[in-house]
Design a protein around this ligand. Sequence first.
Ligand code: GLV
Length: 321
Amino acid sequence: MIAKLGRLVASLPIPRHLRDGVEAAFVVVAPERHLKTDELLALANQHQPDGILMSLGMPMRAEHIAQLPASVRVLATTSVGYDHIDIAAANARGIVVCNTPDVLTDATADTHMLLLLGAARCAKAHVRNMDGGWKIRNGFFQGLGVDVTGKTMGIVGMGRIGRAVADRARGFRMPILYHNRNRLSPDLEAGARYFPSLDEMLPHCQVLSLNLPGGQGVLMTRERFAQLPKGAIFVNSARGSLVDEEALVEALKSGHLGSAGLDVFQKEPNFDTRLNDLENTFLLPHVGSATIETRTAMAELAIDGIVAVLSGRTPDNVVQA
Ligand code: GLV
């Protein structure tokens, strides 16, 4: 029998199709439901694991990291974003943190286009109509959205997901503008126009697309929404923390924004329901990466990260503070 690499505590249930592989590598303690941070900490202190598998939606701040047992050497989150983890605090205790980049790029970019199309084409009202048995018969000039094809898209954050969104948007013949910390090489830019200043890009964006990591404060303020052209569509599949939601509600109510497609919110799941009460929104419950293939690949990548660290290797998906 091959010796196990150590003990693994998970904050989420591990599905059957992954379980045998995980149990071959580790002594596994996995719950039947998603745990909250304090429940995970209690389980970790009870079982003294070498590795922890956790997910989004559970903060792991400095005060939580301080409560982890000394046995923990690696913490892997089944998400590309890691703004819920205090990386510096983890590293200071010698804990390596891994995430799940790349494998969710396509699924997230697909969801992003779903948000854009849903917002542009009044999908919420039409789905509600069908749910109600198609009681509203739209006249020729009723229930109309706006075209997406040919509209100019400004992308904030031209990393892997931003570029995958640009690829899809080009299929809709959308000219692409982007704002990023650094200008991309011409092959990655693929014809997109770079704006070193977000404020200078905003007036040109008929669609504004947020595709950057969270944890960098509020980017879309009242002033910035005001710089978008009237009728612009706002799409966010990145993080709710990047947006002043009060300002977003105002801009949608006034009609300055034509519509918004949102997968992420300041507070999840207790989001600001005024956003759903508005007719010109299309909302999803943070499901950017939620496909069978992608979630399986994310779990595998996170687990591979734990295997690598506990085998004395440095995996590619280590997050740097
Ligand atoms: C999703 O939001 C992720 O960070 O994986």
